[in-house]
Design a protein around this ligand. Structure first.
Ligand SMILES: NC(=O)C1=CN([C@@H]2O[C@H](COP(=O)(O)OP(=O)(O)OC[C@H]3O[C@@H](n4cnc5c(N)ncnc54)[C@H](O)[C@@H]3O)[C@@H](O)[C@H]2O)C=CC1
Ligand SMILES: CCCCC/C=C\C=C\C(=O)C/C=C\C/C=C\CCCC(=O)O
Length: 258
């Protein structure tokens, strides 16, 4: 898919990875981006900054808690009503909080599943849309174990398993939708700092073992991986790990010869 004149919806679009993705989409001449986020102040601020940079009417903020089915569907509907179409859905909002693990699973996994099926409903060729691409945000810990964040790890493994499977569901394929996921190492956002201040049961271990020792994925490395996945018409069910300084690599599922 090329980006010219297309429309994206990005959950967690007010800040961090979602904001960086939205910025790159608009820089590639997308018609508009819908920033879907629970943080109203940040969301309005980001939408305003994008309109100043790219022109009036290019960014729409939708206040939405992705754990609410009603609010998430309303955001998809607002996006299509505002821009007239939808081509790319990034299910990206996420938190790392092992104390609030049920909420974390709702945001990191349930809302990704719900967002994927809403994308089929609002972009599907059988439903009046043009088809499109769903990009789900997992993590490197969607592929490997992480003993200091077990539920977060489970939620991100869930995103990988769901993406690999949903990509080939007949209702998804027949609607002209591709589904992919990204698995970044730590990225240059506030996410990890907030996680160990508020959401880790092992903050001291984490500080001693990891803090400051893991280089960050730069936004440019992450966004170029996502752009490639969107542009590549053969990328479906792809799970791409993104490592600082090493780019993006597709990770196939294990062949168990069953
Ligand atoms: N930053 C990192 O090191 C990595 C992050 N990730 C994943 O990337 C995604 C984005 O993370 P970052 O941009 O780094 O985090 P961030 O904290 O900078 O941004 C996340 C955004 O999601 C929004 N959000 C949180 N809960 C929400 C909810 N219930 N409804 C709607 N919006 C909500 C926040 O308001 C915020 O704007 C997450 O899924 C995270 O798990 C994956 C690997 C590494
Ligand atoms: C808060 C403690 C959790 C320990 C790390 C667990 C999960 C990480 C999840 C991510 O999605 C980020 C991906 C990789 C991070 C790996 C190491 C973090 C390095 C942190 C630092 O240098 O500050």
């Amino acid at each position: 898919m090329n980006f010219d004149g297309k429309v994206a919806l990005v959950t967690g679009g007010a800040d961090g990875i979602g904001k960086a993705l939205s910025d790159v989409f608009l820089s590639k001449n997308m018609k508009g981006v819908c920033l879907v986020d629970v943080n109203e102040d940040k969301g309005q601020e980001t939408a305003k900054a994008f309109e100043e940079k790219y022109g009036a009417g290019k960014a729409k903020f939708c206040k939405c808690d992705v754990t609410s089915s009603e609010q998430l569907e309303a955001a998809f509907k607002t996006c299509v009503d505002t821009f007239g179409r939808l081509d790319v859905a990034c299910n990206n909002a996420g938190i790392l909080n092992e104390y609030k693990w049920k909420l974390m699973v709702s945001i990191n996994l349930n809302a990704v599943i719900e967002g994927t099926y809403l994308a089929v409903k609002y972009m599907g060729t059988k439903n009046g849309g043009n088809g499109g691409v769903v990009v789900n945000t997992s993590s490197v810990v969607g592929l490997v174990p992480r003993q200091y964040a077990a539920v977060y790890t489970a939620s991100k493994h869930g995103v990988v398993g769901f993406t690999r499977s949903a990509a080939f569901e007949p209702d998804v394929v027949d609607n002209g939708i591709r589904v992919v996921a990204i698995c970044p190492m730590a990225v240059e956002t506030e996410f990890m700092a907030i996680a160990y201040e508020q959401g880790s049961k092992y903050t001291e271990v984490y500080r001693n073992e990891m803090e400051g020792r893991v280089p960050r994925v730069k936004f440019e490395e992450l966004t170029s991986a996502v752009v490639q996945l969107i542009e590549d018409k053969d990328a479906n069910g792809s799970i791409n790990v993104i490592v600082p300084g090493k780019g993006s690599k597709s990770i196939p599922p294990p062949n168990l010869n069953l």
